[in-house]
Design a protein around this ligand. Structure first.
Ligand code: PEP
Ligand code: MN
Length: 268
């Protein structure tokens, strides 16, 4: 992969959305899809507030095997009935699910725990669907870029990097959001870079501040967890915004982007 300046970002198209196209794109939705109704209601709310893509996990890789693992296979059948008017990014945890996920998902997410899963990366390299490649929570930037090379070598050039925080000695936040990595990548590499301030902080009261900082650091967009009732969420409620807080974030983001001479990616 050759180096390039911020102006040389290679845009990635996801349906009507362009990531890294010069404007700032916001992806939002629940950590985990809990039901078709929950997903549809959340997507409707985040779209109204200005998000251009939806997120939501069907397969959740949880540290605790006793916690909610996502709707899994039964979710695939249930979601086939969902009507979403935003393209969906969802994590693929196992190549065996690729075929079943294909009609539902516009972009595959590789989660932090799977950044080093080279068998999965090779399989995704063979697909032509765009990939959101999250940074491993203990990965150096060079290791993260080599994971992206696995996708490229398979022939899939539609790769977007997602900074989601790394594990450090600090315990006040869930992870340490590395915005220095974002500035570095934007300076030297052509990948679009999206920032996840939800996993990056683990605390909803920090999400908006770090989202605004991500825009100033040169990110191409955000991945934000939003739940209609965060206190009842089956996963990551502590870091999820409710729709009103997300709309407030978007209002402040628009003002910060204007001050940076940048614009928000909007859909008609
Ligand atoms: C997620 O996006 O919900 C997720 C599980 O993220 P990560 O892989 O970064 O922990
Ligand atoms: Mn989550």
């Amino acid at each position: 992969m050759t180096t390039g300046s911020q102006e040389h970002t290679r845009p990635v198209r996801v349906g009507p959305v362009t990531l890294g196209g010069g404007h700032f794109a916001v992806i939002a939705g629940p950590c985990a899809i809990e039901s078709t109704e929950q997903l549809q209601a959340t997507v409707q709310a985040v779209r109204a507030a200005g998000a251009v893509m939806a997120r939501g996990g069907i397969f959740k890789l949880r540290t605790d095997p006793a916690s909610f693992q996502g709707l899994e296979e039964r979710g695939l059948a249930e979601l086939a009935r969902a009507e979403l008017d935003l393209p969906l990014v969802s994590e693929v945890t196992d190549p065996r699910y690729l075929e079943a996920m294909d009609p539902l998902v516009a972009m595959y997410q590789v989660g932090s725990r799977n950044m080093y899963n080279y068998a999965l990366l090779k399989e995704l390299g063979r697909t032509r669907k765009p990939i959101l490649l999250k940074r491993g929570f203990a990965a150096r930037i060079d290791e993260w870029l080599l994971a992206a090379d696995y996708l490229h070598r398979g022939g899939n050039e539609a790769v977007v990097l997602c900074e989601r925080g790394i594990r450090t000695f600090e315990e006040a936040t869930r992870n340490t959001l590395d915005l220095g990595a974002v500035a570095y990548l934007k300076e030297h590499y052509p990948y679009p870079v999206v920032v996840d301030p939800s996993h990056g902080t683990g605390k909803r009261e920090l999400v908006t501040t770090m989202a605004l900082a991500a825009a100033a650091a040169g990110a191409d967009g955000l991945l934000v967890e939003v739940h209609p009732r965060p206190d009842q969420a089956l996963s990551d409620g502590r870091q999820s915004l409710d729709p009103a807080a997300f709309a407030a974030l978007m209002g402040r983001l628009r003002r910060v982007l204007a001050a940076l001479d940048r614009t928000l990616h909007e859909l008609p």
